[in-house]
Write a protein that binds this ligand. Structure first.
Ligand code: SIN
Ligand code: CO
Length: 372
């Protein structure tokens, strides 16, 4: 980990004292940081139909929001303050992926994405609160952050984005390039650009029980096997043929009681759910793939790097990559666990041949490649 990132705190201290508890401002968390991409590169992403983005403008009275892909013509002008926010920059930019993973003192299973915003002077998305933790890292330019821990979360009615009705900040800080602000969920905040600026948000997932439940039920549907069939050999004559009988409700209730799951199914669901690529993510298989033997030689010499879009997690012997589960032979665990943690495997000889075979499959699917 970069030693300045938490301003002298160890990751353990950060977790104990700040994570999900209180904000932390770190001046010069990344000294010399002035961004990973230029304004124009960010605009190219914002105009790409495969990339999720929002454009927000505020004329002092009315808020306007436009979801991507953005039109170039929108990304001009300074008279009325505006901002454009691009989600999932880590998926398209290896440097973004690396930045995200400098925060891996928080488990990757909690990570969501890297969002990058650009704003003209006065631009921002207004005072609001989020349901997730976020590290706000200042790129080029300056942004004034006001934050507060108010319990009043009432929102302006009818606005196209979530704006707090009555924002009462208790801290007021101007962040400069390389400064970092950690905010726990539900802290009210408002970031206003002072001159042109770009901000990098490292965001985390906080799924609700409702979301998890809905996803899990969908997952379970393909795995449960309910093999009984409704039967009523003792059917008695009903006075009214339209009545749903209590006997029928009892029998169906008993049939549904057969829907069961255990801890290993919950773990499998989690692994697949957390590594499932987002809707518009596709992998690019290599145009002119190496042969299996050529790949094994490159693996020894150069190692292997996961593609920025790949997510690899594991639990015990079960590995999950991009929504798929696999049981890896024990001999492969150390290398795969290392690859999952560091997102890279250093060049080394003597890997078991099964490792080269598995990574070759991943390489052909576009999940990763030996670094150039
Ligand atoms: C930003 O404007 O870059 C951050 C948006 C936010 O406060 O969530
Ligand atoms: Co926010």
């Amino acid at each position: 980990m970069i030693t300045t990132l938490l301003g002298g705190l160890s990751p353990r201290q950060f977790l104990e004292e700040y994570w999900q508890k209180k904000p932390l401002l770190v001046r010069q968390a990344l000294p010399g940081f002035n961004g990973l991409l230029s304004r124009d590169e960010l605009f190219d992403l914002a105009c790409d139909p495969d990339v999720e983005s929002r454009w927000v403008r505020h004329d002092g009275e009315r808020w306007e929001v436009e979801h991507g892909p953005q039109r170039r013509s929108r990304l001009r002008g300074k008279r009325v303050p505006w901002t454009v926010l691009v989600q999932g920059v880590n998926l398209w930019l290896p440097e973004g992926d690396r930045l995200l993973h400098s925060f891996d003192f928080i488990p990757q299973a909690r990570l969501d994405d890297l969002m990058v915003s650009y704003a003209v002077d006065g631009g921002g998305v207004g005072p609001h609160f989020d349901n997730y933790d976020v590290f706000l890292l200042q790129g080029i330019g300056k942004r004034r952050w006001r934050i507060g821990d108010q319990k009043d979360h009432n929102l302006v009615e009818g606005a196209p984005l979530r704006i707090l009705k009555d924002f009462r900040p208790i801290h007021d800080w101007v962040l400069e390039p390389g400064d970092l602000l950690y905010l726990p969920p539900h802290w009210a905040h408002d970031g206003i650009a002072q001159g042109e600026c770009m901000t990098y948000s490292i965001g985390f997932r906080t799924p609700t029980a409702q979301e998890l439940g809905a996803e899990f039920l969908g997952w379970l549907q393909e795995r449960v096997c309910l093999d009984s069939v409704y039967a009523d050999p003792d059917l008695t004559l009903q006075e009214n043929s339209a009545l749903i009988s209590e006997a029928m409700v009892d029998q169906v209730g008993a049939m549904l009681q057969a829907i069961r799951w255990d801890r290993s199914m919950v773990a499998d669901f989690l692994g697949e759910y957390l590594t499932e690529p987002k809707a518009h993510v596709f992998f690019d298989p290599p145009d002119e793939p190496l042969s299996a033997a050529g790949f094994a030689r490159r693996l020894e010499k150069a190692g292997f790097a996961l593609d920025a879009r790949s997510i690899l997690l594991f639990r015990g012997a079960r590995f999950f990559i991009n929504g798929e589960a696999l049981d890896a032979p024990a001999a492969l665990h150390p290398a795969l666990a290392e690859l999952a943690h560091r997102r890279r495997l250093a060049p080394a000889g003597g890997h078991p041949p099964a490792l080269a075979e598995l990574l070759y499959d991943w390489y052909l699917a576009g999940f990763g490649h030996p670094p150039e």
